[in-house]
Design a protein around this ligand. Structure first.
Ligand SMILES: [Zn+2]
Length: 308
């Protein structure tokens, strides 16, 4: 299974910054020797491709270091050349995973899921919208905009940037399952938004997810699913507000992989958020996501071998 890492361009943050940047290297270490996993350096997204998603003036402000103090505050990271490189590779990893998933059934980006980035601004630790980039590039390259892509965004925060960019595209279905009272406080409309109350349990979450997937597949027949497997619905997450257990999150991931497999729809996974205390809990949740993705990938491989 092709697995893209952006750790060759680490997120270099000032000492004491509240974002747990160490989780990416810890995750890569935790999964790198898993059987069947092919670790690859994520390629950088091309500026030309990013123009399919973002306003040119925003892109040049990012590239040239001309983001205002307010814009940097919205993103939550200070501008640096390292941040630009990291953001390009993180977004490129999701596009590469989407392309690989179309060929092999399942692929994964160990970063990405930067769903709060809008066309004209970054927000909430997100500089470029990797999901929108993958969708727009695939639409351009394949089938003249007719490749139907579903975005299953299960990060605990609403995918507002993705919804703002793709929420009206009839060739895309954006599903966001999130905590109603959490960031972003001004939400954008996805094709389907499912809001959960504070402290929602495994049971409530899984029931809502089953219903949401049923509604989505009733309305839309995707050729690819981009799955944002945020670890932040976890009870121990500092920014989550929900109360899922690690077992509940594994069931969540299995629900998505099983639903996709039954319909033989490829899945590209991006990791999205995770802010548990200790951060090892986030890494354990994401490691489990990678293991389940490997199982799903193995089903695809066995199936392809059986076909004449
Ligand atoms: Zn999140």
């Amino acid at each position: 299974m092709k697995t893209y890492t952006s750790d060759h361009f680490p997120l270099q943050l000032p000492a004491g910054h509240r974002f747990p940047a160490s989780k990416y290297a810890l995750l890569r270490e935790a999964v790198k020797d898993l059987q069947g996993l092919e670790l690859r350096d994520a390629p950088p997204a091309a500026w030309r491709d990013l123009q399919l998603v973002h306003e040119a003036s925003y892109l040049w402000r990012v590239r040239d270091g001309h983001l205002s103090a307010a814009e940097q505050r919205e993103i939550g990271f200070p501008w640096s050349q390292a941040l630009v490189q990291r953001s390009l590779h993180s977004a490129g990893g999701t596009l590469a995973a989407a392309v690989a998933a179309l060929g092999e059934g399942v692929a994964i980006n160990l970063a990405g899921g930067t769903h709060h980035a809008h066309a004209d601004q970054g927000r909430g630790f997100c500089v470029f919208n990797d999901v929108a980039l993958a969708v727009r590039v695939l639409q351009q390259e394949r089938c003249a905009q007719r490749l139907p892509v579903a975005v299953v965004d299960l990060d605990v925060h609403q995918g507002d940037g993705t919804a703002a960019i793709l929420g009206k595209d009839p060739h895309v279905f954006t599903l966001s399952v999130h905590a109603a009272k959490n960031f972003p406080f001004r939400k954008c409309r996805s094709h389907l938004d499912v809001e959960l109350a504070d402290d929602a349990s495994d049971e409530a979450y899984l029931q809502a997810l089953e219903g949401a997937l049923q509604t989505m597949f009733g309305a839309f027949d995707p050729a690819l699913i981009i799955f944002l497997a945020g670890a932040d619905p976890y009870a121990g997450d500092r920014l989550g507000r929900l109360a899922l257990s690690m077992e509940g999150l594994a069931l969540r991931d299995a629900t998505v992989f099983d639903a996709a497999w039954r319909r033989r729809i490829p899945v590209a996974v991006a990791m999205a958020g995770g802010y548990a205390q200790p951060i090892a809990d986030t890494v354990a949740i994401q490691t489990c996501t990678v293991q389940l993705a490997l199982q799903a990938h193995a089903r695809w491989s066995a199936w392809r071998e059986r076909r004449p």
